[in-house]
Unconditional design. Structure first.
Length: 216
């Protein structure tokens, strides 16, 4: 009798417990997080920023506009410079001689043209330094009176002869990062007449000048 009573009570309690569980369901167990080992996904990287400690681009060639007194290329001209190694540079130029240009009323380009070539030792760094060089030049040269005194200086035409010159000079040179270039120089020239007849012009002359241009 007692056993029948207990069994009957369990049968009645079972549906009641199921209803309570349905009204208050247990939350599902949380899944364990994935292990990341302390690392994060790599972010895409852009181009690296320029390093300000890197040196400027090394420039080896320059073109100058020259102006001065009795320079190897004359009163005005153009000069090209090519660096060879660390210590040397080769130069060449063309210009117009003042005396030859004024020797006749209407002179051609060839009559007044002067040329020059000179290797130079360059003591400094990529941006500039001290230069010393020796070279040759040539062109028509006139017996032009530099100091006129009481005599007129424009007696025209007057004779010219072809001269070769040996030139020795010292100077300074600067090439900036943006490409602007500048040089200045003083020198001494000695001439030999190589045509016939030869005018009695000065054959020993100091000279000086400057150049501005672009290095690339």
């Amino acid at each position: 009798m007692i056993a029948s009573t207990i069994l009957f009570g369990l049968i009645l309690a079972a549906p009641l417990g199921a209803a309570v569980d349905a009204e208050n369901p247990r939350p599902p167990a949380a899944e364990p997080p994935e292990e990341t080992n302390g690392s994060f996904p790599a972010r895409p990287q852009g181009p690296p920023a320029p390093d300000p400690s890197l040196p400027d681009r090394v420039r080896h060639t320059a073109i100058y506009y020259l102006n001065g007194f009795a320079t190897p290329v004359g009163v005005v001209g153009l000069e090209g410079v090519e660096r060879v190694g660390r210590w040397f540079e080769l130069t060449g130029g063309l210009g117009m001689g003042f005396g030859a240009a004024g020797s006749e009323p209407h002179t051609g380009l060839g009559h007044a043209l002067q040329w020059a070539a000179m290797p130079r030792l360059r003591l400094g760094d990529d941006h500039g330094g001290f230069t010393i060089g020796a070279g040759i030049s040539g062109g028509n040269y006139a017996d032009f009176p530099i100091f006129c005194g009481e005599n007129p200086c424009t007696t025209n035409p007057y004779p010219v002869s072809y001269f070769l010159w040996s030139n020795f000079e010292i100077g300074g040179e600067h090439w900036w990062s943006g490409g602007f270039a500048m040089r200045y120089f003083i020198g001494y020239a000695h001439a030999w007449c190589v045509s016939n007849p030869c005018v009695s012009a000065l054959t020993n002359l100091p000279y000086f000048g400057y150049g501005i241009g672009y290095a690339f």
